[in-house]
Design a binder for this molecule. Structure first.
Ligand code: DX5
Ligand code: ZN
Length: 226
């Protein structure tokens, strides 16, 4: 049976002057998760949102919050994001930390841990952690900004990750992030992704229409899996 594809709109592309409304629009449109891009101006050359923002929008919706930490020292922020109401926290293997210890700290806070790999990082760097996490996030753009083009060269790594997770029978979802739109959603779904993040493909206008089109495109791709 084809696995159910989940869609995670990234609020990085939402209109910040009416963020609360945009969160509700995404919820009404059937978002499975809300993706929250946290950038520290150091790990990536951009600054975005922190725990205070997560805390502010937490009461608005029951949709789970998927917090993507693009920061140099993720271990520093685990408790703050857990307290603010994140449901999962994904941390880059390229950040400066003891990845195992950070995963454990996230789990100890009652939050689902995940690891992230940049386009240039091979799956081998994340593989040792996959039995310990609930989520593997494969970046399909170089992190830092919304609205970049999907990197086709990452598709083999998505396939490789799918094969690894299935072969090892791991309880680890496979998420992809960056440049996911109606044209690229079928490609990543066919390659085995479970969760598709999309920022500029969903926000800020016609959220429901965009989300529906993205889901249909992804389901078409998922059916194509042998
Ligand atoms: C990129 C972020 C993404 C971004 C995706 O650094 O991690 O989550 O918001 O935006 P789109 O879908 O526009 O590439
Ligand atoms: Zn992201």
């Amino acid at each position: 049976m084809a696995r159910r594809i989940r869609i995670a709109p990234s609020i990085l592309s939402a209109r910040f002057d009416r963020l609360g409304d945009q969160v509700l629009e995404a919820e009404r449109a059937g978002a499975d998760l809300l993706h929250i891009d946290v950038m520290d101006g150091h790990f990536v050359p951009n600054l975005t949102m922190g725990p205070a923002l997560v805390k502010a929008i937490r009461p608005l919706t029951k949709v789970p919050f998927d917090a993507h930490l693009m920061v140099t020292h993720p271990q520093t922020f685990v408790k703050a994001f857990a307290d603010a109401g994140a449901d999962d926290l994904t941390v880059h293997v390229e950040s400066e930390h003891d990845v195992r210890a950070t995963i454990r700290a996230i789990r100890d806070e009652g939050v689902a841990p995940g690891v992230v790999v940049n386009p240039a990082t091979p799956l081998e760097k994340a593989a040792p952690f996959l039995p310990l996490v609930d989520l593997l996030l494969v970046m399909t753009v170089h992190p830092g900004f919304a609205g970049q083009s999907f990197r086709q060269d990452v598709v083999p790594k998505i396939r490789e990750a799918r094969a690894f997770i299935d072969r090892e029978d791991l309880e680890c979802d496979l998420e992809v992030d960056g440049g996911i739109k109606v044209d690229t959603a079928p490609i990543v779904a066919e390659a085995g992704a479970d969760i598709l993040v999309s920022g500029s493909g969903i926000f800020p206008d016609r959220v429901a229409e965009n989300l529906r089109a993205l889901r249909e495109a992804a389901e078409r791709g998922a059916k194509g899996r042998g």
